[in-house]
Design a protein around this ligand. Structure first.
Ligand SMILES: [Fe+2]
Ligand SMILES: [Fe+2]
Length: 138
């Protein structure tokens, strides 16, 4: 999605919601599999979920940092602090995904892995609220 569409809160919110709803659904499925000790199926789904975060939300974050965020600061230098904070949110999402990828092959779908998938959802929800707040076009 190009810069101008990301500047509009409504179209931008729709992108967030589609990715997040999918992640929530998959995370709930993962939790059930883990609770029922279906470790093999849980592993498979965990890797699907990692890929979902990478290709949807983390790719979206990188494109924001390369386009939207630079444009916003150029147009309004006062937004610098907000953009630094939002970029740190992206880094937290990246760190959580990296931790999951480190834990999965070694320990499988543990409670800690499921917790990190839930944390991704919560951090992303809070990030999205703030991001939409600072967009110039509502
Ligand atoms: Fe976004
Ligand atoms: Fe973002």
């Amino acid at each position: 999605m190009s810069g101008p569409a990301l500047k509009r809160a409504d179209s931008h919110a729709a992108i967030h919601e589609a990715a997040l709803n999918e992640a929530i659904e998959l995370t709930n499925m993962l939790e059930k599999l883990a609770d029922n000790s279906q470790q093999e199926k849980a592993m498979e789904l965990a890797y699907v979920l990692v890929e979902q975060w990478e290709t949807r939300t983390l790719a979206h974050a990188s494109s924001e940092e390369e386009g939207l965020y630079k444009d916003l600061v150029k147009e309004n230098p006062d937004m610098k602090d907000d953009i630094v904070a939002l970029t740190r949110d992206h880094d937290l999402l990246r760190l959580l995904v990296a931790e999951i990828k480190r834990l999965l092959p070694e320990f499988g779908v543990t409670g800690g892995v499921v917790q990190r998938f839930h944390s991704l959802i919560i951090v992303d929800e809070l990030h999205n609220q703030k991001e939409l707040d600072v967009l110039p076009e509502h």
